[in-house]
Design a protein around this ligand. Structure first.
Ligand SMILES: [Zn+2]
Length: 70
């Protein structure tokens, strides 16, 4: 998804249970890589934020490659 504001709210879907949650993104910090805890299933959601300097847009990637095997 693409957004044009420096700080914006996004709705993402949890890759583990599909629960939708709102996150606040701040593009002024550049690229970010962080985890949000899903309020529904309590799993960590790996969120990768990439700031494109050319057209001032944000790329938001929801990653699910961090699942732990028990
Ligand atoms: Zn979840």
């Amino acid at each position: 998804m693409k957004v044009n504001h420096s700080e914006t709210q996004q709705t993402i879907a949890c890759p583990h249970c599909g629960h939708h949650l709102h996150i606040t993104l701040d593009a002024s910090n550049g690229d970010q890589d962080f985890f949000e805890e899903c309020p529904n299933c309590c799993h960590d959601i790996h969120i990768n934020l990439h700031l494109d300097d050319l057209d001032r847009t944000l790329d938001v990637n929801i990653l699910s490659d961090d699942e732990q095997v028990y």
